[in-house]
Write a new protein. Sequence first.
Length: 277
Amino acid sequence: MDIKSEIACFAGTQGVYTHASDACGGKMTFGLFMPEQARLGPVPVLWYLSGLTCTHENAMTKAGAQAWAAEEGIALVFPDTSPRGADVADDEAYDLGQGAGFYVNATQDPWAPHFRMWDYVADELPALLGGEFAVDLERQSITGHSMGGHGALTLAMARPAQYRSVSAFSPICNPMGSDWGQKQLTAYLGAKSSAWETHDASHQMLEKGFDGPVLVDTGTQDPFLDLLMPETLAFSMAKRRQNGHLRLQPGYDHSYFFVSTFMEDHINFHAEALYAE
């Protein structure tokens, strides 16, 4: 692991690191905020998965999460959204290829050799952090925005023993029924099949639910509402009688102005779960 930068931030440290990834077959970059409390011992971890076209840097610099995480003594991890490099497959469209990994393990060419973001986020990067930093991997929670909200919800429901709580900002809720999903799942996983179901939050919520609290915020002025389809997740949560809240926030859009506005709510929500006995 190489240190790209380490900068003082709210009495803790905001770092950016690169490392060789076996899961993604190349070099990956991630951001990590370590609060001051980590100097005394391992702290809980909150994962933030970013959306289409983003890198590790977007939420790290725009979400305003460090201030609230510092108060609660929580480490924040900002992974990249896909593998990158000249030898990594890409597409001219912004919503496929580099910057658009969709948090799946691709099985189709030309994506399969590198696009294994599910394994990277769920297994490889936690193991690296546990060996290098004072983090408590028995206390993990996960959140994300848009494509990252999709990733957070699906990972949490597939691995309920790993995450104590899950939240999402403007998540893609029903990729099997949306143009933000059908295109990518076909490219990465092949023709529609049961393999898609693990990566559809509305389907997984109806079938499995989540053994913990759920918080979802979406803006009523989000220009992508027809692609996000929050009503499908709301139906599944109600049908499942899931412990959680899905909130439609009047006047807010899809931007980081929206994310930063409600970040304090989300950090506090996760802190309650992460510090529960």
